[in-house]
Design a binder for this molecule. Structure first.
Ligand SMILES: [Zn+2]
Length: 134
């Protein structure tokens, strides 16, 4: 018997392969709304995002946060430099203020970017790679 003739025999091992498609899943499996892959229901949150997508979105939001924070810090630095005109004596204090502004701006920007990403996905937007939201 050739090797390929064994496929489909002995308990249907071929049929047990999971297909990441709608309607092809068991009740404890959920299709991720972001990447469109089948995940265990325990791994998916209420927006139907799998753990990997949440981590990736967090990571992406972190970069947005740093960009926003640096922009905010630059604005604060420009304000200090042009409007307040610090003397050499207090420049260290103003640098600390700008660093704090970047830090806080990055934190707020990260949360805002993550929130926007989540809100956008909820309305069914995206790259068109995933399955339609119901
Ligand atoms: Zn996913």
């Amino acid at each position: 018997m050739p090797w390929f003739a064994r496929w489909g025999r002995g308990g249907g091992s071929v049929e047990e392969v999971r297909h990441p498609r709608w309607g092809d899943r068991t009740p404890d499996e959920v299709v991720c709304a972001r990447c469109g892959e089948v995940r265990d229901a325990m791994e998916v949150d209420r927006l139907l995002w799998c753990q990997r997508c949440r981590l990736r979105a967090r990571n992406e939001a972190g970069w947005w946060g740093w960009a926003i924070g640096l922009g905010f810090g630059a604005a604060v630095a420009g304000y200090v430099w042009l409007v307040i005109r610090p003397t050499d004596l207090v420049i260290g204090g103003w640098i600390a203020t700008v660093v704090a502004a970047v830090w806080i701006g990055a934190k707020i920007g990260r949360e805002a970017a993550y929130g926007i990403m989540r809100a956008k996905r909820r309305r069914g937007g995206g790259e068109g790679a995933g399955p339609p939201l119901r």
